[in-house]
Design a protein around this ligand. Structure first.
Ligand SMILES: Cc1cc2nc3c(=O)[nH]c(=O)nc-3n(C[C@H](O)[C@H](O)[C@H](O)COP(=O)(O)OP(=O)(O)OC[C@H]3O[C@@H](n4cnc5c(N)ncnc54)[C@H](O)[C@@H]3O)c2cc1C
Ligand code: SF4
Length: 339
């Protein structure tokens, strides 16, 4: 039986492991944390259908019960060396693990909003990230900086994405629809709150996303303002003052808000960056690069090493799972004849 090493137990790593193991490959899935799916379990409900993140995690975790999968937790892989036809994965303790092929599924991390000093994240309590808000929604505890129920909540798009100053010119793809999803969640929890979304332009690219955007305006009274907030500061009464320009009417704008939610984008995880650098397969912005934009998109430039999911670029869960299926099929085709 051919041995495949999969690095990262997120949706991509689990899905590909399941397909490979179901087709008579022996899979070892390495995960650096003490449990899988951390980037799913930190969310409450998922776009596009408001399904529960916990339920999805349970369904994905059930796939790990497949008999040919061995899951190794608390194991961070930092490098891969080719030795003839064999690949040696090197972990942080410098131990090596052998495989016939390797799939990198090391995923993403959220942009560190502290880097955008002008918005005061970590300085003003009323400034939070989309991930912080996700936790508040999960625990049904949406409060402002002084523990009161917020009466005005403002979302700011494109924090750390489409932004030359952060070094990230790319679009993170999921944060427009995430803001709309979260704004609807906030409206359901706080029927009387005013809710604003400040955007450069809205990228509702997926099935059902445009409809959600319409619904946000027509059914949930979410107000969309085209403009980028230039800075935020604290007020004496615990609010956040924001300065912006409404670029549709060409007027500068100043307003107070109880919560400013920064829609922080996606960056390659540390694991993605480290493996990309050590194996010389990292590309633009330190995501892993693939051989082709259309076909061969699961092949890296190193033979026998494959990539799937957000280790490659920002994408939704649905696209991640499809990409993982495609990576598994590619591996099966490349190694199948040698079975
Ligand atoms: C705020 C926010 C909200 C979102 N909401 C939604 C939503 O509602 N719906 C939706 O479809 N998508 C959503 N997404 C996107 C979704 O989180 C991703 O599509 C999905 O998690 C990508 O899965 P992945 O397997 O590629 O990567 P990840 O989920 O990042 O998994 C990668 C795994 O690899 C592990 N790992 C990393 N490095 C190493 C290493 N060196 N060795 C071993 N293991 C390693 C990590 O610990 C992790 O478990 C959201 C994203 C953000 C930022
Ligand atoms: S998805 Fe929307 S918020 Fe996120 S970077 Fe792209 S345009 Fe900006």
């Amino acid at each position: 039986m051919k041995k495949i090493a999969v690095i990262g137990a997120g949706p991509a790593g689990i899905e590909a492991s399941y397909i490979l193991a179901s087709n008579n490959f022996e899979v070892t899935l390495f995960e650096k944390s003490s449990s899988p799916l951390s980037n799913i379990l930190d969310k409450a409900y998922l776009f596009p259908d408001f399904s529960s993140a916990t339920e999805l995690a349970d369904k994905l975790s059930a796939k790990l019960l497949q008999k040919n999968i061995q899951v190794v937790l608390d194991k961070e892989i930092v490098d891969i060396k080719k030795d003839g036809d064999i690949y040696k994965l090197i972990d942080k303790e410098e131990k090596s693990h052998i495989a016939d092929a390797v799939l990198i599924a090391t995923g993403y991390t959220i942009f560190d909003a502290h880097r955008k000093e002008e918005y005061g994240y970590g300085i003003y309590k009323g400034v939070v990230t989309s991930l912080d808000l996700e936790k508040m929604i999960r625990h049904k505890q949406i409060f402002n900086s002084i523990g009161d129920i917020p009466s005005r909540i403002t979302f700011l798009q494109c924090v750390g994405s489409r932004d030359e100053k952060s070094g990230n010119n790319y679009c993170s793809k999921v944060c427009c629809v995430t803001a709309v999803k979260q704004a609807i969640e906030v409206r359901k929890a706080l029927p009387d709150a005013e809710i604003y979304i400040f955007y450069m332009d809205l990228r509702m690219w997926g099935q059902g996303f445009e409809e959600l955007y319409r619904e946000a305006q027509e059914k949930y009274d979410i107000r969309f303002v085209r403009g980028r907030i230039s800075e935020a500061s604290a007020t004496f009464d615990g609010k956040v003052q924001i300065k912006s320009e409404d670029t549709l009417i060409g007027q500068p704008l100043k307003m107070n808000t109880d919560l400013l939610v920064l829609m922080a984008g996606m960056e390659p995880s540390q694991g993605t960056k480290t493996i990309g650098k050590n194996c010389h397969i990292g590309g633009e912005y330190q995501f892993i690069s693939s051989q082709g934009a259309h076909i061969q998109d699961n092949l890296t430039t190193m033979e026998g090493i494959y990539v799937a999911g957000t280790a490659k670029r920002p994408m939704s869960i649905r696209d991640t799972l499809t990409d993982a299926d495609s990576a598994a099929v590619q591996i099966m085709m490349d190694l199948g004849e040698k079975l």
